[in-house]
Design a binder for this molecule. Structure first.
Ligand code: NI
Ligand code: MN
Length: 226
């Protein structure tokens, strides 16, 4: 499966010829200055919660690509007021799309929209089809709810987990999360963007290797396969 990293928690995943973009935040990210935002392609945009570092460029990219947004009811409604279209969901619900099934799951975090409007409860996404299954955790702490994931989704091929600490879980908790979700291939999110979430790449890599797991720390703009 082809994946492209646009910095912070923004990833594009290619599924059945559709390009699914998660949590677009590019213009405000100094580490993503080499990404040409006008060039970012998406067929769908999934938003985990209302914070600016996850929704900041949703409007522009959705309009450029005529792409619907998928997320919590209040987040999608807020984007609809800006002229976008979308699919309103909420935690615990699943819905079938032409690229696969999306199920929204719990995240432990906070959420408010950039203009102060209510940003709904923060969420993660399970995305699966006949040939693939993955988890995009969004911004979250380690939570026992992650133990439900192997019971409610097909076996995960990989998972996007935040590892930067301070605002979300750090890599030690992400390592435990990988046990909870029974997944040994982790793609890192929410690290290095700000000084307070800078990580030691070698230390993080070694911590996962020491448990026979793999953590992928892509460079911004990097295209890779899992
Ligand atoms: Ni957040
Ligand atoms: Mn965030």
């Amino acid at each position: 499966m082809k994946i492209q990293y646009y910095g912070h928690s923004c990833y594009a995943v290619e599924l059945l010829n559709k390009r699914i973009l998660f949590d677009p935040f590019i213009a405000g990210n100094p580490l993503a200055k080499d990404v040409d935002i006008q060039d970012v392609k998406a067929d769908y945009i999934l938003i985990s919660h209302g914070h600016g570092d996850h929704i900041g460029d949703a409007e522009l990219i959705a309009k450029n690509n005529n792409a619907p947004v998928i997320g919590a009811y209040e987040v999608v409604s807020w984007l609809e007021n800006k002229g976008l279209s979308g699919f309103h969901m909420n935690i615990g619900g699943k819905r079938k799309f032409d690229f696969g099934t999306v199920k929204m799951v719990n995240a432990i975090h906070s959420s408010i929209l950039p203009d102060g409007n209510y940003g709904a409860n923060p969420a993660g996404f399970l995305v699966y089809g006949d040939e693939f299954s993955f988890y995009f955790a969004g911004d979250t702490a380690l939570t026992m709810d992650m133990q439900l994931i192997p019971m409610i989704a097909p076996k995960l091929d990989f998972a996007f987990l935040p590892i930067g600490d301070n605002f979300t879980m750090g890599y030690e908790d992400a390592l435990l999360a990988s046990d909870f979700i029974k997944c040994d291939t982790i793609i890192a999110c929410h690290y290095d963007t700000f000084p307070v979430i800078e990580i030691d790449h070698q230390k993080v890599t070694n911590a996962f290797l020491g448990r026979n797991k793999r953590i992928i720390l892509p460079k911004v703009n990097e295209l890779f396969s899992v």
